[in-house]
Write a protein that binds this ligand. Structure first.
Ligand code: AMP
Length: 282
């Protein structure tokens, strides 16, 4: 596995692979790799002969300094996991390599970046779109793999690829979960044992929402009320938002007449977790 640390070395590395006629799949991450990430690597391998992974805790997408500082960075473990997964190149740039002195050009998503995460993390998706665009232009992959866990992020990346004519296939991968249903996340390792127990209310709430819709509930407000109740019953959890939205425009939906997505963010102590579920009316 080649380990690369600057955009220009990645560009040259990828350029050589492309010239040799190889297809490149790219998996951007912030590290602290878990089985959810490893699933993305497997999907990448199904799509291309060459797999490139990036690990970069992107400072410009964090709106809370403590969250950035406390983000786990087990780089030696991550490197070993990538090697074991057969990754061809690992790109681990420094913040200075990505945002050198004088950096000032950003990618601003449109209305897709406004609701839900956009409301509670102002500037987050501007940071995400900017770093993903930069990573895409360094790696120049044929296909890029993203998790559905970060549903709004996936929708924004798909839109950006169209709007900026990037010519990359974006593949979404279903969320990988713990046996009790909690979505795997790098942030889970910051939960205390009691917090980890409390976090079970999240998959509980998503299941309740899905079951309510499958059982004929049509009003989004009713579905959100079920979520509010389940999270509200857990003393260590605080619901930041729960919203039923259209699967591609992310516009708020009042009636669940067609397939929709319920997305939520929950605080467990000082750890913020997001998740979502597809709602399919009967
Ligand atoms: P992150 O390192 O959290 O920025 O995530 C990197 C990529 O992995 C993103 O595309 C995430 O959506 C995806 N991802 C994170 N957790 C999961 C999961 N539990 N299942 C599937 N994909 C995931």
């Amino acid at each position: 596995m080649d380990v690369l640390t600057t955009p220009d070395t990645v560009q040259r590395w990828s350029g050589r692979r492309r010239k040799a006629g190889q297809r490149i799949a790219f998996v951007p991450t912030m590290g602290a790799l878990h089985p959810g990430h490893l699933r993305l690597l497997e999907v990448a391998r199904e799509h291309a002969g060459v797999v490139v992974v990036s690990i970069f805790v992107n400072p410009i997408q964090f709106n809370r300094r403590e969250d950035f500082d406390s983000y786990p960075r087990p780089i030696d473990d991550d490197r070993r996991r990538c090697e074991e997964a057969g990754v061809d190149a690992l790109f681990v740039p420094t913040a200075a390599a990505m945002y050198p002195h004088g950096f000032q050009t950003y990618v601003d998503p449109g209305p897709l970046g406004e609701p839900m995460e956009g409301t509670f993390r102002p500037g987050h998706f501007r940071g995400v779109a900017t770093v993903v665009a930069k990573l895409f232009l360094s790696v120049r992959p044929d296909v890029a793999i993203f998790g559905e866990k970060d549903y709004q992020q996936l929708a924004i990346v798909r839109r950006m690829v169209i709007d900026l004519d990037l010519g990359i296939d974006v593949v979404g991968v279903p969320t990988v979960r713990e046996p009790d249903g909690l979505a795997m996340s790098s942030r889970n390792r910051r939960l205390s044992p009691a917090g980890r127990e409390a976090a079970r209310c999240i998959p509980g709430a998503l299941t309740a929402a899905r079951d309510a819709v499958a059982g004929g509930a049509q009003r989004a407000a009713e579905v959100v009320a079920a979520v509010r109740k389940l999270v509200g019953d857990e003393p260590l959890a605080r619901l930041e938002y729960a919203e039923v939205c259209h699967p591609t425009t992310l516009e708020r939906v009042d009636l669940v007449a067609e397939p929709c997505v319920l997305a939520l963010a929950v605080w467990i102590g000082d750890v913020r977790l997001i998740d979502n579920v597809r709602l399919d009316p009967p």
